[in-house]
Design a protein around this ligand. Structure first.
Ligand SMILES: Cc1cc2nc3c(=O)[nH]c(=O)nc-3n(C[C@H](O)[C@H](O)[C@H](O)COP(=O)(O)O)c2cc1C
Length: 215
């Protein structure tokens, strides 16, 4: 990490490290253990098996791991830290009513679904010196029914500002459920398909429409 930072700063670049927990956006094959999620009752398109519903210790471990990762980054003289809380990675699933159906203090209300991100921000602020900005990448929309909407995202942004977060990067979409809300914007599936080799066009158009997030 130190070498990477040195290489970037030697050409007058700045570098931020992004802290990200994939949650259920991965597979047992890749990580050697069952992927984690706020709730186990959500299909995992990455895997035929259900994710593990996190217990209290799993949640506290994530806060601890993020804090330790931020401390290592500070020690390596990183310029800034970003927390990834978008695209269906763990933290954004906690924020989303579509994915987080827990019956404890980590869900049940917008405040509770925000709790994990809040605890991580509070913990990171304790280890980050004042000159190391803390940035959060946030979904402005999940592109899913009952998921994060722009209105809810505005509430998340306000709460993050109150916690002293320095900047917010807005994105959208859930890699496993509405990936084309993330990468395609409003470009029609037919238009993207037109840019592909003819023999693949129909298949690609059908696949894009299925992945559109309108389900
Ligand atoms: C192959 C690939 C890898 C990506 N890896 C990351 C990543 O590690 N972290 C991240 O925040 N976004 C990642 N993204 C998402 C992009 O940074 C970006 O958020 C996305 O293309 C949507 O654009 P927008 O955020 O401007 O809406 C990745 C995108 C692609 C296509």
């Amino acid at each position: 990490m130190k070498e990477l930072i040195k290489a970037v700063t030697s050409v007058r670049g700045d570098i931020a490290f992004q802290l990200s927990h994939a949650g259920m956006s991965t597979s047992r094959r890749l990580i050697g253990t069952t992927p984690l999620a706020p709730s186990g009752n959500v299909a995992n398109p990455y895997s035929s098996s259900a994710p593990k519903e996190m217990n209290e210790k799993d949640i506290l471990d994530v806060i601890d791991s993020c804090t330790k990762a931020a401390s290592r980054a500070v020690k390596a003289h990183v310029k800034a830290i970003q927390i990834h809380s978008a695209h269906g990675y763990l933290l954004s699933r906690f924020l989303s009513p579509f994915f987080n159906h827990r019956h404890d203090e980590w869900a049940g209300s917008d405040e509770n679904r925000f709790r994990l991100l809040k605890e991580i921000v509070v913990s990171l602020k304790k280890v980050l010196p004042n000159n190391k900005p803390l940035i959060v990448k946030l979904n402005a929309s999940d592109g899913l029914p009952r998921g994060i909407t722009p209105k809810l995202a505005a509430t998340h942004a306000k709460w993050l500002e109150e916690l002293g977060v320095d900047a917010i990067e807005l994105s959208a979409g859930i890699v496993s459920h509405s990936v084309f809300n993330m990468c395609r914007g409003n470009v029609p599936a037919s238009e993207i398909a037109q840019a592909q080799p003819e023999k693949y066009r129909n298949t690609i158009e059908e696949s894009l429409k299925k992945m559109d997030g309108n389900h």
